[in-house]
Design a protein around this ligand. Structure first.
Ligand SMILES: Nc1ncnc2c1ncn2[C@@H]1O[C@H](COP(=O)(O)OP(=O)(O)OP(=O)(O)O)[C@@H](O)[C@H]1O
Ligand SMILES: [Mg+2]
Length: 285
């Protein structure tokens, strides 16, 4: 069965995902010479790329290419060892987030939502509270400690859950959900902070085909709202079906940055090499 979200179903008409962002395709990030290393091992070797509002950019490449490291460097959970990530703030300001202090990193994380393959929900809390926790960056620590959220935050959480068909589960503990349901809640939580960009590290890796399609449709709709989406994917078929652009990483370097339609056999061979021989081959097409 295909998943289709109409404006009415999504609740977007009444609760825009990101009211501050217009779909103008403005530049959000300019990344230059980005480097990262674990100890002596260089994992990102001077990456240059930009990200614009409304794009849905796939990061592709074989296991160990540096895809997750890239997203983690972008959200500050892994330190960069060189280069710049310039963020083009609304209203024209520009700053290098790699030079940010602790408070600026907190601000940055409220602009930059992230969802993970393993969802990272709080298992014993109910779905609604997990979603509301996405507002932590905007809520005083005392209020967040007592889980006191504003009426408008609650209304937004309800609209997001309704959009992804999760409202009936709002009071259920997160630990009792299926994988596809957990990922939908994780998306709602990331959108609670009204980010300008969303990073997703293999968000469909553990999901069945129907849930995969649901999550990919949701990410696409989020990008249509004007949010810049970057998503690590292993399926080239999904990249071609859903993404507006692909960045191919190989051993920490960019081999390709362009339209998914331009991904051809020689490039796949360069990106995946021997990984495509044998069992992995099916997952790449
Ligand atoms: N915490 C860490 N400490 C040391 N090395 C790490 C760490 N995390 C990743 N690496 C190494 O860095 C390289 C890039 O890893 P990364 O997880 O970014 O790859 P990936 O492209 O996301 O791979 P996959 O498709 O398997 O998720 C790999 O060689 C990996 O072993
Ligand atoms: Mg990874």
């Amino acid at each position: 069965m295909h998943f289709e979200v109409s404006a009415r179903q999504s609740g977007i008409a009444s609760a825009p995902l990101s009211p501050q962002v217009s779909c103008t395709g403005e530049r959000l990030l300019s990344v230059t010479g980005l480097e990262a290393a674990y100890g002596d091992r260089r994992v990102l070797k001077g990456l240059d790329f930009s990200l614009h509002a409304g794009e849905m950019v796939a990061i592709i490449g074989r296991s160990g290419a540096g895809k997750s490291t890239l997203l983690h460097v972008m959200n500050g959970s892994v330190p960069a060892s060189g280069g710049e990530i310039r963020y083009h703030a609304e209203g024209g300001g520009e700053r290098d987030i790699l030079g940010a202090n602790a408070r600026q990193w907190r601000d940055w994380r409220s602009e930059c939502g992230m969802i993970f393959q393993d969802f990272c929900l709080v298992p014993r809390l109910d779905v609604m509270t997990n979603v509301l926790l996405g507002r932590l960056h905007h809520t005083s620590s005392l209020k967040s400690f007592f889980k006191i959220f504003s009426t408008s935050d609650r209304a937004r959480a309800v609209a997001l859950l309704e959009w992804l068909g999760m409202l009936p589960k709002a009071l259920q503990r997160a630990e009792n959900l299926s994988g596809g349901q957990m990922q939908r809640v994780a998306i709602c939580r990331a959108l609670m902070q009204q980010p300008r960009l969303l990073l997703a590290d293999e968000p469909v890796a553990s999901l069945d085909p129907r849930n995969t399609q649901r999550i990919m449709e949701a990410l696409r709709q989020i990008s249509h709202e004007g949010i810049g989406v970057m998503v690590n994917l292993h399926s080239i078929e999904l990249v071609k079906q859903y993404c507006t652009r692909a960045i191919g990483l190989s051993q920490g370097e960019i081999l390709f940055d362009g339209k998914p339609d331009h991904i051809d056999e020689p490039l796949l061979q360069q990106l995946y090499g021997d990984e495509r021989d044998g069992d992995d081959r099916d997952t790449l097409h």
